[in-house]
Design a protein around this ligand. Structure first.
Ligand code: FDA
Length: 415
């Protein structure tokens, strides 16, 4: 495919806003297909969020990635993109660039050395594809008199560019300190696209005052739990159906913080939680803690209960649990209730740590607005939206990057 033959240096086949995971991948894909691509970002450098991801090692995909690992008003929407550019395709790209990586747990793939390897990969792909990247560029206005027009300002002064296609890859609202803005949602709204309300996701919980008092001096302690959100029965999924059956539970670590709860199990369920709802924790996954106490001739007292609890939980957490939830008696029914309370610890968080600490933003541009095979707006041909700005939100574990790569490739192949 030949590049645009336009002689206007300010005109491009494609302008992409946002040089993060999705924008960079999309630019490289479109550039390799011969498109003349301009990639703009207000940050001073590309891929800033990639650099801090996965503890600096970027959990860049997940071997078990499926549409079921994502939240969206349309749970089927991601299928097409995830099938067109799979985790294996991403691994092939990483191997092509000789980046060493490893599986940590649950199919999560991380760079061995640093997330910088991944940013370099994307930068090299863009360079080879002839993409023009301009960082430190503020987007002042976007319009569509006939073609798309983007007015910008940078250290070099104001500049305007035009393009046949405009791709929004400006990400979500999480971590404003890293340069997150609402620009993508604003442009979508400007062009009449519907939004699903945004909320922080993959985010720690803040305790209510009573639980703060009870637990926060134990900050730093962790335990393996099964966590689930307990949606109010009245909450629908947008289609008039209860969400209850759609709620997964997660068997991973919980961490007590100085303000509430974090750790992978908690981050996962935070994406499903809504203000006012409870969360449920099983502190003894697949274990029957009172089994030893129920044996004939076994000791039945606080010491025996504590010894049993300590096989599961850090000592101080076990002691605190027993202080706050001692068996009402040492009878079989009372021990059964004690066992039950351990498996169904119901908590009512006061809230979350918000966008400042959220890994991602749930909600965003409604998938009903987009063609799943191209990520193109149904209302406005030539406008594409990819990555986190779209109402597709992955679980913790490399799913969000995979969505960025997959949705970006769909659009890059369509422009
Ligand atoms: P992304 O946020 O990457 O890029 C958006 C770009 O748009 C940025 O470069 C930004 O500067 C630019 N932009 C925004 N507003 C603009 C404006 N007004 N003008 C110009 N440019 C603008 N996921 C995962 O799969 N594995 C992991 O290990 C992690 N780890 C992780 C850690 C932390 C701390 C966070 C915060 C997030 C993660 N994630 C993750 C999530 C992952 O980083 C995220 O889902 C992707 O980066 C989304 O890619 P996008 O390209 O859509 O947005």
């Amino acid at each position: 495919m030949s590049r645009s033959t336009s002689h206007n240096p300010g005109h491009f086949d494609v302008i992409i806003l946002g040089a993060g995971a999705a924008g960079l991948m999309c630019a490289a894909t479109a550039g390799r297909r011969g498109r003349r691509v301009l990639l703009l970002d207000h940050a001073e450098r590309i891929g800033k969020k990639i650099l801090i991801s996965g503890g600096g090692r970027a959990n860049f995909t997940n071997l078990h990635c499926r549409a079921e690992n994502f939240l969206s008003e349309n749970p089927h929407f991601a299928k097409s993109a995830l099938a067109a550019f799979t985790p294996s395709d991403m691994i092939a790209l990483v191997e092509k660039h000789r980046i060493p990586y490893h599986e940590k747990t649950l199919g999560q793939l991380f760079c061995d050395r640093s997330a910088q390897d991944l940013v370099q990969l994307l930068a090299r792909e863009c360079a080879e594809a002839g993409v023009e990247i301009r960082t430190g560029t503020r987007i002042l206005a976007v319009s569509k008199p006939d073609r798309f027009r983007v007015d910008t300002e940078s250290a070099a002064g104001p500049a305007s560019f035009t393009a046949d296609s405009l791709i929004i890859a400006t990400g979500g609202l999480s971590i404003p300190k890293m340069g997150a803005t609402a620009l993508g949602y604003e442009i979508a709204t400007q062009f009449g696209l519907d939004l699903v309300p945004c909320r922080p996701a993959l985010v720690p919980f803040v305790f209510n005052p009573q639980d703060t008092e009870r637990w926060c001096d134990l900050s730093g302690l962790s335990a393996e739990v099964i966590a689930s959100a307990a949606p109010s029965p009245r909450r629908g999924n947008g289609n008039g159906n209860s969400r209850r059956n759609l709620q997964p539970s997660f068997r991973e670590k919980l961490l007590i913080t100085h303000r509430g709860l974090s750790g992978p199990a908690i981050l996962q369920i935070s994406s499903y939680w809504r203000p006012g709802e409870e969360i449920i924790l099983d502190l003894a996954p697949a274990r029957e803690l009172t089994a030893t106490l129920l044996q004939p001739n076994a000791r039945r007292d606080l010491g025996a209960a504590l010894a049993a609890l300590r096989t599961l939980l850090p000592a101080r957490l076990a002691e605190r649990w027993l202080e706050l939830h001692p068996p009402a008696a040492w009878t079989n029914p009372a021990l059964a209730r004690f066992e039950d309370s351990l498996h169904t610890w119901r908590l009512n968080p006061a809230g979350t740590e918000g966008y400042a600490k959220a890994e991602v933003t749930a909600g965003g541009v409604s998938t009903a607005e987009l063609d799943a095979k191209t990520m193109q707006s149904r209302k406005l041909p030539g406008l594409f939206l990819i990555g986190e700005v779209v109402d597709v939100t992955g679980w913790l574990g490399g799913y969000n990057f995979q969505w960025a790569w997959s949705s970006a490739t769909q659009a890059g192949n369509a422009v």
